[in-house]
Design a protein around this ligand. Structure first.
Ligand code: ZN
Length: 252
């Protein structure tokens, strides 16, 4: 059996038997995988403390075909998520990285860039000099962009007509982007956004995501920005995300 080696972020861990557990991992080279970690619950586990939620670790595993769980043979901790020790909001933001990643990705779908984004987001959350609202917004919009779900900020999402930079425009969560006046009829879950808010959303959607400034305090329409992104994600995923209610502070 061929074993594979890669880096992984721990998304979920639950007990399987008295000595084993099952973990959902998001890996750099293989996307999301579910592994059986035999002996992980023994006092002297071969995985030590690597299988903690939000940890980044170096793993070795044996892929299995079909519905059988992959077998984890090694896991070495690279970085523990430390942001939560100081700040509950940053801890919730870390859980949110997990939740969103788990919901939007399918098993074995490879997304190297998404791994880099998730890893950098967890790192950024541990740095108090970086603004949490900027970190979360970059995470959400860039994840959408990388997976091909970015809302349309410039053209009407229904008819494609360019939406001029007026004082305000209308975002339709169900339509998946801004709407021209004609296409607003009959739409639900609309949010009015100002030109400044739209500019900010556009800037955070840029493909040059590594250049997005995270140390600037977001003072522009926080409540509206949260409303746009959360409504959009709720419609896209067809469910309310658990962590959204823990992150209300971001809109204040
Ligand atoms: Zn239109």
């Amino acid at each position: 059996m061929i074993s594979e080696q890669t880096d992984a972020i721990v998304l979920r861990v639950f007990p399987w038997s008295e000595t084993s557990c099952i973990a959902t991992l998001f890996t750099r080279d293989f996307g999301k995988i579910s592994v059986l970690a035999k002996g992980a619950r023994r006092p002297k586990s071969p995985f030590e403390a690597a299988l903690d939620l939000l940890s980044v670790c170096r793993i070795v595993f044996i892929p299995k075909a079909g519905d059988v769980l992959d077998l984890l043979t090694e896991a070495k901790l690279t970085r523990r998520f430390r942001a939560g020790a100081r700040d509950l909001l940053r801890l919730y933001a870390g859980y949110y990285v997990c939740e969103l990643l788990d919901r939007v990705t399918l098993r074995d779908d490879r997304h190297t860039e998404v791994f880099a984004l998730a890893e950098q987001t967890l790192d950024a959350l541990a740095r108090t000099d970086l603004e949490i609202r900027a970190i979360v917004l970059r995470w959400e919009l860039q994840l959408m962009r990388m997976l091909g779900h970015l809302p349309s900020w410039n053209q009407c999402s229904q008819c494609g007509e360019p939406i001029p930079d007026a004082a305000t425009s209308v975002f339709g969560a169900e339509a998946g982007g801004v709407l021209c006046e004609r296409c607003q009829a009959g739409q639900r879950l609309m949010v009015q956004i100002t030109s400044r808010e739209r500019t900010l959303l556009r800037e955070f959607s840029t493909p040059q995501w590594q250049d997005i400034e995270l140390s600037d305090y977001i003072s522009t329409g926080r409540k509206t920005i949260r409303s746009v992104v959360q409504k959009y994600l709720t419609v896209l995923l067809d469910r309310k995300l658990n962590l959204h209610s823990y992150l209300e502070e971001l809109g204040r």
